[in-house]
Design a protein around this ligand. Sequence first.
Ligand SMILES: [Zn+2]
Length: 177
Amino acid sequence: MTAATPAPQDSDPACRVSEPVRVEALAIRGQAGSATVFFEPPPLLSCAMARTLADWLDRSVQPLARGHFERDLVALRVGGGLECRRRNRASAGPVSEHATGQALDIFAFKLGSGAEAVQVAVEKPQGLAQNRFLDAIRQSACGAFMTTLGPGSDAAHADHLHVDIQERRSPASRFCQ
Ligand SMILES: [Zn+2]
């Protein structure tokens, strides 16, 4: 992770990130002791979000990748790190969790490398194993993040998994769809 500062055009006070980090890769436990998960392209996240993400990848996603496919998690195709915008890209309304670096959109999981590589796209999982893997991923995300949204929750999330750590009005209520 490298420290970063938000682009100057993000001067809207609602869009300030505390301790922003550009996350190019995170280290997690792997088959050979340790593994590196790359982010394509590297998102700008709050430090707290990067930490939560690293924990979730290490404790849940990597074991699921090993369990379902006997492969290490090697990369995530992502979008929607820090970006000053309203929810669902509307022109008015509440500022999106993405504006504060507390959210990430995941489009695909890349497992294994070379001839063994498997890519699981959130929008179109191929076959039963990939469907089961994604179901388990979503379930684990619901425990790790405050909000988890994905295909089936609404049209804006048909092709990716949205996870964020933004506090909700009632701290006990996690939002999981
Ligand atoms: Zn999102």
